[in-house]
Design a protein around this ligand. Structure first.
Ligand SMILES: *[C@@H]1O[C@H](CO)[C@@H](O)[C@H](O)[C@H]1NC(C)=O
Ligand SMILES: *[C@@H]1O[C@H](CO)[C@@H](O)[C@H](O)[C@H]1NC(C)=O
Ligand SMILES: *[C@@H]1O[C@H](CO)[C@@H](O)[C@H](O)[C@H]1NC(C)=O
Ligand SMILES: CC(=O)N[C@H]1CO[C@H](CO)[C@@H](O)[C@@H]1O
Length: 388
């Protein structure tokens, strides 16, 4: 695959590990308008997580040429092998604060005790789930509320209004550990007001799906089900291979206007790099422009630590929907029918009561901003209606 890389990265800024909860902005603003059909509350969620974090092996990026060389190394033929990560030496315990929103449907139908916990993928924060641009066409949260489900969505560590972390600190493990705490807090009723969780369903996109999957593998009794979007299993027996298609597509980086992020953060080089990796023609250009406007930098170690996740979850007895767009470039190399035909989902979730798969016609990786996103959401809520 030939990919044009438009690579740049911000100059080194001060370390941001120490961003405090008080420096976080209120979540609710024009960009984060709550869905009109929900009763929503914003929270900052502070949890201490323990995770085994992999280290970043190369020198930290000094400039964009370092990033270019790194991406070339990731994508090239592996002779000699390129080893970007060093195995965890110790367990890291650290407190993080993230910005979150919980919504209950205005019109309840008895299903509000089924709580969807949505984690976004690389390149986005929680707004991936709750588009304020044509919400009737693109807001997953709005759609789920219409169907009667409650939704908890949040900005991953390092994105949106959540606490920043060095881009060189592994984040698939600490993000997974944080998600585990969120689920436990929801079970305990910590942020859900009068709603008591009867069922909890993890909903993910891309990186958020892989971390949700890895969490289910590690804690098979934690949740009742999962809707994993924007993922595929090119090699269900080898998590490293699942990450391989990311390599040649390595997101180009641009200079984020965000302060408090170090050089370990990369972002879509420009709207065309974003389009190439996330969307498929015919394009809705205004929709892509909105998606670009809310896009977020991601940590280099988030991307490469995807390879280290243990996805196989034979002990999970729940119900899972695995889905992406028919033309997903990132997880299927642009053609998902043959990828899904290999039945990876059934191998990963070999003990699950229900494993369903679905490919959304015409869509790429960023399905929530694809044509007929509501058709995609109907498939998800139909899966939920039938199974929970
Ligand atoms: C939930 O709230 C209780 C009471 O404040 C607290 O002890 C517990 O740690 C919280 N659980 C989580 C996972 O946040
Ligand atoms: C998956 O990857 C492993 C390890 O690289 C390899 O041994 C195995 O043959 C692969 N399986 C498939 C179905 O490609
Ligand atoms: C939208 O997607 C749904 C679900 O796959 C499908 O049934 C419907 O025909 C699609 N609508 C259009 C206009 O493509
Ligand atoms: C929090 C954490 O695990 N940080 C580690 C990230 O990786 C670097 C490089 O290996 C380590 O020095 C950090 O301790």
């Amino acid at each position: 695959m030939t990919i044009a890389l438009f690579v740049s990265v911000l100059a080194a800024l001060s370390c941001l590990d120490q961003a405090s909860a008080s420096s976080l902005l209120a979540r609710h603003d024009n960009d984060n308008t709550h869905p009109s059909n929900g009763v929503c509350s914003d929270f900052t969620v502070t949890e201490t997580v323990t995770s085994k974090n992999w280290g970043f092996a190369p020198a930290k990026f000094k400039n964009n040429f370092d990033v270019a060389m790194f991406l070339e190394n990731l994508a090239r033929k592996p002779t000699p092998p390129f080893v970007p990560l060093v195995p965890p030496k110790e367990v890291t315990t650290k407190e993080y604060t993230v910005s979150a929103t919980f919504c209950v449907p205005k019109k309840t139908n008895g299903k509000e005790g089924t709580i969807l916990v949505a984690t976004s993928g690389l390149g986005y924060d929680g707004r991936y789930w709750a588009s304020t641009y044509k919400p009737e066409e693109y807001s997953f949260v709005g759609h789920a509320l219409d169907a009667g489900y409650s939704v908890f969505y949040y900005d991953r560590i390092g994105t949106g209004k959540s606490q920043k972390e060095s881009g060189y600190v592994n984040q698939s493990t600490n993000q997974g550990a944080f998600l585990s705490k969120i689920v436990k807090g929801i079970r305990a009723g910590n942020w859900t007001g009068k709603v008591q969780a009867k069922k909890i369903i993890l909903v993910g996109h891309s990186f958020g799906s892989y971390t949700s999957n890895a969490l289910i593998a590690a804690e098979p009794d934690l949740v009742d089900g999962a809707v994993l979007t924007g993922l595929g299993y090119p090699n269900a027996t080898d998590a490293a291979n699942a990450a391989t298609p990311w390599v040649p597509t390595a997101f180009a980086a641009r200079i984020p206007s965000h302060s408090r992020l170090d050089t370990g953060y990369l972002a879509f080089g420009d709207i065309y790099a974003h389009t190439e990796t996330f969307f498929h023609p015919p394009y809705s250009i205004p929709t892509i422009e909105y998606a670009q406007s809310i896009s977020q930098p991601f940590a280099i170690v988030e991307l490469i630590s995807l390879r280290t996740l243990q996805l196989s979850a034979p002990a999970f007895k729940g119900k899972v929907l695995v889905t992406t767009g028919e033309f997903d470039f990132l997880v299927c190399g642009g053609e998902c029918k043959s990828t899904y035909a290999a039945n990876g989902a059934n191998q990963v979730f070999s003990g699950a009561e229900v494993v369903e798969t679905y490919l959304h016609p015409g869509a790429g990786h960023g399905i929530n901003f694809a044509a007929n996103a509501t058709g995609f959401y109907n498939v998800i809520t139909s899966f939920l209606d039938r199974n929970f």
